[in-house]
Design a protein around this ligand. Structure first.
Ligand code: MTE
Ligand code: MO
Length: 387
């Protein structure tokens, strides 16, 4: 079954939220529509947006974002091999390979370990404008990966940590033109310095409730600040080894080919996706009386945001304001901009973010050296008509 949202329904949704009683634009932390506030229609969207194409795939409608935390039943979701059936009662997380004591941990074992909370929003590396529906933000609970690895005892020569999901499927492997079909699990790896840092986490809850099957029940890996692919769902096994892991979803499917100037010479570099590239996107523009407001979202790797700016048509960049309710390091960030004196007619609204490392969200021209479509973090101009 597919759930469809038409522009008209989004506008009706806005009217339904109008009982807030607030005067003027809504306050931070609750960026829902206020009384009398209406959405300005974008002209760059299809008439009909399909939010659920299959039962295991869902995008979010960014015009409807109404708070910093995405509810579990709205979280974007995608996976390659559908949802594996995992029995929570008999579930065991296996830790094997170059460890002193191999482990088999039940959910109760994991919940008995020191727990941790993390606000973390991520996007799929294939997420892009104008819809940007493959992004969400949540409050996760779980245990530090480090805690589990310390219990197993990691051997000195271990350098590669492979995370397997319980989901599997047939894959054709091409070796010099000869095809072999084998069953594979979804697998991703982390290098030693990342796996043994205090950052990654094994999550069993989202927003206070056990993970649903969409979020990878009963346990998933989270690598704060990274794109979605490394956040292995239905986690069944951590295998510690010395050799590089070369599985399809590590070395082939989630990579980027990009031109880079190294010592003055263009080199074509292929990299595995990892940390999220700084991106801002405009989620909606609203009208209240004759005032207009631009609301948008920043996805990033946790490096603090230096500034976010908005420009109308070819005008100057103007400072937008960051929402303090999204200030946690790995949270997505909200921003807004009061558009004064909007004139009737067609307009283009663009945003760009800059972080404290000096990285500026690139224009699409600057991103032309990237030849593959993942990590599409360019500034994305939105078009609309002011009436
Ligand atoms: N086991 C498993 N984990 C997986 C995947 C998968 O196919 N199988 N897909 C990855 C990708 S590409 C993304 S974007 C995220 C999506 O996580 P979500 O469904 O919770 O949003 O899960 C990642 N983890
Ligand atoms: Mo993804």
């Amino acid at each position: 079954m597919s759930k469809q949202t038409t522009r008209r329904e989004v506008l009706k949704g806005g009217a339904a939220m109008a009982g807030l009683g607030a005067l003027g634009f809504p306050q931070w932390g609750l960026p829902a529509l206020a009384q009398g506030e209406t959405l300005v229609e974008f002209t760059d969207l299809p008439d009909e947006i399909v939010l659920e194409r299959t039962p295991d795939r869902r995008i979010i409608e960014v015009r409807d974002i109404d708070g910093p935390i995405t509810p579990a039943n709205k979280w974007f979701t995608t996976q390659h091999y559908g949802h594996p059936a995992v029995d929570r009662a008999t579930y065991r997380l296996r830790v094997s390979g170059m460890v002193d004591s191999p482990l088999e941990l039940s959910l109760a074992d994991l919940r008995a370990m020191p727990s941790r909370e993390l606000v973390f929003g991520f996007e799929c590396s294939g997420n892009r404008g104008p819809q940007n529906g493959l992004s969400s933000n949540g409050r996760w609970n779980g245990v530090s990966l480090r805690t589990v690895l310390d219990r197993a005892g990691i051997q000195d020569a271990a350098s590669e940590f492979v995370f397997f999901g319980a989901d599997r499927g047939e894959e054709e492997v091409n070796f010099r033109g000869r095809m072999t079909t084998v069953e594979q699990q979804y697998g991703r790896s982390l290098r030693r310095h990342v796996a043994l840092s205090d950052e990654p986490m094994l999550a069993y809850a989202l927003n206070g409730d056990p993970l649903t099957v969409h979020q990878g029940s009963p346990l998933r890996l989270l690598v704060p600040g990274w794109y979605g692919a490394p956040n292995v769902k239905f986690l069944s096994e951590i295998h510690v080894q010395e050799d590089q892991y070369l599985g399809k979803f590590q070395t082939h499917w989630y990579r980027t080919l990009k031109g880079e100037r190294i010592n003055g010479e263009m080199k074509w570099v292929e990299t595995a996706i990892s940390k999220m590239r700084l991106k801002s996107y405009i989620a909606r523009v609203t009208k209240l009386g004759n005032q207009h407001k631009v609301f948008g979202v920043i996805m990033h790797d946790g490096t603090p945001i230096q500034s976010v700016e908005v420009r109308i048509d070819d005008g100057p960049w103007q400072a937008a304001t960051l929402d303090p309710s999204t200030s946690e390091k790995y949270s997505w960030k909200f921003f807004s901009y009061d558009w004064m004196g909007a004139t009737p007619g067609e307009h283009t609204v663009t945003s760009r973010a800059t972080d404290t490392s000096g990285y500026v969200q690139p224009t699409s021209e600057e991103l032309e050296v990237k030849k593959t479509f993942l990590e599409q973090n360019n500034q994305h101009p939105r078009t609309l008509i002011i009436t």
